[in-house]
Write a protein that binds this ligand. Structure first.
Ligand code: F6R
Length: 613
């Protein structure tokens, strides 16, 4: 998704912008640009399509004049208008003095553009964002300071945005604003910074502040001040940031994805840290919901997207089994457009790694509007979801950079299962020794994940043997089903090969027609209770010529009869198995994708933080 960076008051302005944009690359983008500003002069460089990398923008910037101390930069992920240079940000007003960058969508840009054109403004791009430059231009022409000109424009635009504006007639000032899309401000001696997220300015700023919805910030070399839409001063909340730059880098690995896959045991350990009091009570420090309220929950609805949705599906099995509560799992983008029923006792859980996924934020808002209590399960601290929910449980997986989510997924499953055990305690649906045993089991998962990671070479050999295959079905039963969905998602998004996840029992209801020689069926066959049924399913696909890859436990001596390839995993309690069984599937997807020369960290067409619907 688009990335924003800004700096005011540094002799290193251009370098800061370009370095920052590089650190925002993981968000996904198809064009990039910067604008530098000083009294009477706005200098701009942009690149797009094919050449869209910050490296090519650096080349473009080689001719930048010296002496600028302020500027803004942007990586764009096209929504309105093709990924071409004319549509790359920053966009200028008619005078060429005002430059803006924008992340999000201006929903009413059509009528606004028509009105602006009728008043004589000339548009040079096919973007929704450019209206902002011209609206600000009008405010400036009316004699407003840049801060008030931005504020006035926000009163007429609808939609989601993080926005930054500069004006060569009011140099050494950046005005930024936020509605839904994330934005942070950083300060250091003599310079002030702005970014979509902290890593972009981590090594430059000493202190960091979160901008909230409908807040407008004026940045100068000496610091910043913020107002709300009415112009009333507001204080920005300081963020507690404990990342170092190393955390945001690859740490010696070829790419972020394999680094993050390998960090899963740590992610699990950290997620589970300090969650049990001495008396055995499960506790979430950050969860601000009264015990009575959790105990009296009658129905749980979980909303999430993509990989987070798969973690939610796993949680359904745990919540139903341990806490005896009825659970519905919904895709966030569907939830708000139905007529979801929220009754007394409905607890909505919104799950998101980034905490910025617009679909999930909007689903949460819809649930709140209908009277539900909402608990967010988020990885990014102080993210929009975390702030807006009634309560939050942090997954503590650490910064996840690779677009394909891995360590955040296992952390989500662990955090949700912990919540299921807490509900079981409160509702007395499990005897205390059973809760204790499950807690111990959950704590042991990290070590099992480490063992599964140690088998990477074996997974790579299977991937090598299947090079050239194009069609993959991932099947599973019980919690093996969400594992199959997640295995297929990981596989398709980084290999660009066709992969589908199915409940194994559904094969005979349609997809079996597609099974023929050349098709690969990847089966999650680790559940002893459903093993026989899975063996029958595999016999069916094998009889039709498919190649079978089975994820099977170390002690399984029956699987050889039906599987061509076996990915062995250590056995565990079925409800914990998704965190272990996903490991060979992540490694399998990774090995296949690398074999095909794919960019695993930045798969085509995808973005890490999805802030448009
Ligand atoms: C896939 C993946 C996506 C995200 C989805 C939701 O590997 O990462 O499917 O899971 O876009 O993102 P969050 O969890 O940030 O809400």
């Amino acid at each position: 998704m688009c990335g924003i960076i800004g700096v005011v008051g540094s002799a290193d302005a251009l370098k800061i912008l370009l370095d920052g944009l590089e650190r925002l690359e993981y968000r996904g983008y198809d064009s990039a640009g910067v604008a530098l500003v000083r009294a009477g002069e706005t200098w701009r460089a942009r690149t797009a399509t094919g050449t869209a990398s910050v490296a090519s923008l650096r080349d473009e910037c080689a001719s930048a004049p010296e002496g600028f101390v302020s500027g803004i930069g942007h990586t764009r992920w096209a929504t309105h208008g093709a990924p071409e240079t004319v549509n790359a940000h920053p966009h200028l007003d008619c005078s060429g003095h005002v430059a803006i960058i924008h992340n999000g969508i201006v929903e009413n840009h059509g009528p606004l553009q028509a009105e602006l054109e009728a008043r004589g403004h000339r548009f040079t791009s096919v973007t929704d964002s450019e209206v902002l430059a011209h609206l600000i231009e009008e405010g400036r022409a009316d004699g407003l300071e840049l801060l008030d000109a931005v504020r006035a424009s926000l009163l007429v635009v609808r939609g989601a945005f993080a926005l930054a504006a500069v004006d060569a007639t009011e140099p050494n000032v950046i005005v930024a604003a936020r509605r839904i899309s994330p934005l942070v401000v950083g300060t250091a001696k003599g310079a002030t910074f702005l970014a979509s997220d902290v890593p972009a300015i981590l090594d430059r700023a000493d202190s960091f502040y979160a901008v909230n919805d409908d807040e407008i910030v004026r940045l100068g070399p000496e610091g910043f001040r913020a107002v709300d839409l009415d112009g009333v001063p507001v204080r920005l909340r300081q963020l507690a940031i404990d990342w170092d730059l190393e955390t945001a880098q690859k740490g010696g690995h070829d790419d972020y994805m394999i680094k993050e896959i390998n960090e899963q045991p740590d992610a699990l350990r950290t997620t589970l840290l300090d969650r049990r009091r001495d008396d055995g009570t499960i506790t979430f420090d950050e969860l601000r919901v009264a015990d009575e309220e959790l105990r009296d929950v009658r129905r749980v609805v979980i909303v999430a997207a993509g990989t987070s949705h798969h973690a939610a599906l796993v949680a359904k099995y745990a919540l139903e089994r341990w806490a005896h509560v009825s659970v519905e799992v919904d895709i966030s983008s569907e939830y708000r457009y139905r007529d979801p029923v929220v009754e007394v006792g409905t607890l909505v859980i919104a799950v998101s790694q980034s905490g910025e996924t617009i679909d999930t934020i909007q689903a949460m808002r819809e649930a709140k509007r209908r009277g539900a209590r909402v608990v967010a399960v988020a990885n990014v601290v102080d993210s929009s979801l975390a702030r807006e929910a009634d309560a939050v449980i942090y997954t503590r997986a650490g910064l996840e950079v690779s677009v394909a989510s891995t360590k955040a997924y296992v952390a989500q499953v662990a955090a949700l299962e912990l919540l299921a055990l807490r509900l079981a305690q409160l509702r007395a649906t499990l005897p205390a020794p059973d809760v204790e045993a499950h807690l111990l089991g959950l704590r042991a998962v990290g070590a099992l994940v480490s063992r599964a990671l140690g088998r990477r070479a074996g997974v790579e050999a299977v991937a090598g043997a299947l090079a050239g295959a194009h069609d993959f079905f991932f099947i599973g039963r019980h919690v093996g089903y969400p594992t199959a969905l997640e295995g297929a998602l990981k596989f398709k998004e980084i290999t660009y090969l066709h992969a589908e996840g199915y409940p194994a029992g559904e094969l005979k209801h349609g997809p079996l027609a597609l099974i023929e020689p050349g098709v690969v069926v990847v089966a999650i066959a680790t559940d002893p209770a459903l093993h026989e049924k899975m063996l029958s399913n595999l016999s069916e696909v094998k009889a039709r010529g498919a190649s079978v890859v089975a994820v099977a436990t170390d002690d399984d001596d029956q699987i050889d009869a039906v599987a061509d390839f076996i990915l062995r995993v250590p056995a565990t309690e079925p409800l914990f198995s998704p965190m272990v069984d996903i490991v060979p599937l992540q490694l399998f997807a990774y090995a296949m994708a690398r074999g095909l020369g794919r960019n695993v960290d930045r798969p085509r067409n995808l973005a890490k933080t999805v802030t448009v619907e």
